[in-house]
Structure formats: structure tokens, C-alpha cells
Design a protein around this ligand. Structure first.
Ligand SMILES: [Zn+2]
Length: 86
């Protein structure tokens, strides 16, 4: 069997944010993760994107990658390879 890893998501591929047309990376949740924007749970198997947030801890700068659901930031997959969508 596959040993359980700490990964909570799989990288799916490149996606475009519907809102502003920005290129982002789409992820698929492996376990339920909370959306950092609205607080709703992103269900396992659902797509989501991540936003970066700068946090400074003392003199150190840190870039956090926070999950954001597709309700907050709708996205369109660019290279998903599903092929079934119109
Ligand atoms: Zn959300």
C-alpha cells in the first residue's frame, strides 16, 4: 500500500483565474482543507488554487501558500487533459 504522506493536495496543472486572467497552479485536495478566504471546507477531490501571502517573522520574510476554494477564486484548467469539457 501507499504510505500516507504529509501531502494534502496534488498538483493538477496550470490554470487561469477567471477573475483577472492570471496564471496560477491548480491543486486537487487529498484531504479536506479549509479555504483561507471564506473558511469553507474544500472537499477531498475538489480543485482549488493557492494564494501567496507574505509574512514577516522578525527579520525573516516568509511566503505562505494558502489554499483558496474555487468559489472565492474561480479557475479554468489550461492543461488538465480531461478533454471532456466543452
Ligand atoms: Zn473560499
Amino acid at each position: 500500500m501507499v504510505r500516507q504522506s504529509t501531502a494534502k493536495s496534488h498538483r493538477v496543472g496550470r490554470a487561469t483565474l477567471v477573475d483577472d486572467g492570471a496564471i496560477t497552479t491548480a491543486y486537487r485536495a487529498v484531504v479536506a482543507v479549509p479555504c483561507e478566504q471564506c473558511g469553507r471546507v474544500i472537499a477531498p477531490g475538489a480543485l482549488f488554487s493557492r494564494r501567496t501571502r507574505r509574512a514577516s517573522i522578525g527579520a525573516m520574510g516568509l511566503t505562505l501558500m494558502e489554499p483558496v476554494c474555487t468559489t472565492c477564486r474561480p479557475l479554468r484548467l489550461d492543461d488538465a487533459g480531461t478533454g471532456a469539457r466543452p
